[in-house]
Write a protein that binds this ligand. Sequence first.
Ligand code: CAA
Length: 345
Amino acid sequence: MIRISFDNSCFEISLVNHHLLPAPGFQRFADTKVKLKLVQSMANIARLLTKRAQDQFPNVVYPLQVITRLNSSCKYLTVHIPISNKSWEFIKTEVTGEKKNVAVITLNRPKALNALCNGLMKELSTALKAYGKDANISAIVLTGSEKAFAAGADIKEMAPNTYSQCIQGNFLNDWTEVARTQKPIIAAVNGYALGGGCELAMMCDIIYAGDKAKFGQPEIALGTIPGVGGTQRLTRVVGRSKAMEMCLTGNMINAQEAEKVGLVSKVIPPDQLLVEAVKLGEKIGTHSNLIVQLCKEAVNTAFETTLEEGLKYERRFNHATFSTIDCKEGVKAFIEKRPAKFINE
Ligand code: CAA
């Protein structure tokens, strides 16, 4: 966090980097004219400060300034610094869709077939955290190149690993940001999704595949085994026999087979894949982000618990939705035969 005092008024400005993006609430503060004016003038100040911070910290992911929160005493201004492409080494990011509410993260390490090196995974986590907290983003699409979604963990990087280093450094523990993200994530998989690449796709909520995609857990051929869900998520999705066959042989399955066994929900021509994945994100984005989040959590609970527990959880979430403004609005809009206007509350 970069805190910069603003000395010719009573305000102090906190410039918060992407790891610490605040909860959005700015819209409500902007309701009155006075506050709107205040916020606008502070936005100008924030722009200048961001520029200064950029010069000072060129490696931090910057820029643009959207004020997302002004605390009740109006003393602090928190500046939301969204993501810019120029700082990434291993990924590309873009916000797209008609309403600019779908974030696309593209794994971008073509020479190594998007092998998931530490640097790439760090950038991916950073982008996911930022988009996860960005109120304008309803869904995230994760994709790679036409040849490879990702060919797994970086074998060259993991070559020197020792058992004690893995244990003490908790190897692979920081790979799970995808699974922790509360927003819906769609994997758009073209080409190879192998080892950690297949596991990364399975951490996403929905997988769309290009018709040349290939999925596999080839770790066994390296004398190791999957480490981020290949033996667990795959088994839950495709069943024990198929998962066992894939993990013990290292054999790949193609997109059509992956669809047949329920690993992917749709197979699409490669050149249409991203477009369709974004459309899916946009469709999800027409609903209340809040209810989508609850629904995602309820579906994911099916993977984590018994049917009885899962049903209880689902029922409580169902009950909880009736306390939201969006549920009242959705039901009212249906009865009045008009589109619902959700406010995510
Ligand atoms: N790590 C590091 N580099 C990789 C890589 C990986 N996982 N996969 C590919 N590359 C590199 C290659 O070394 C090669 O680099 P150079 O040109 O510098 O030699 C480049 O990417 C292109 O690869 P190939 O020449 O091998 O391309 P290909 O078209 O002939 O074959 C492939 C493609 C079948 C995907 C093959 O590259 C391959 O088998 N890759 C390894 C797949 C694998 O075993 N993944 C599991 C990794 S372990 C893991 O993921 C553990 C976990 O659970 C987290």
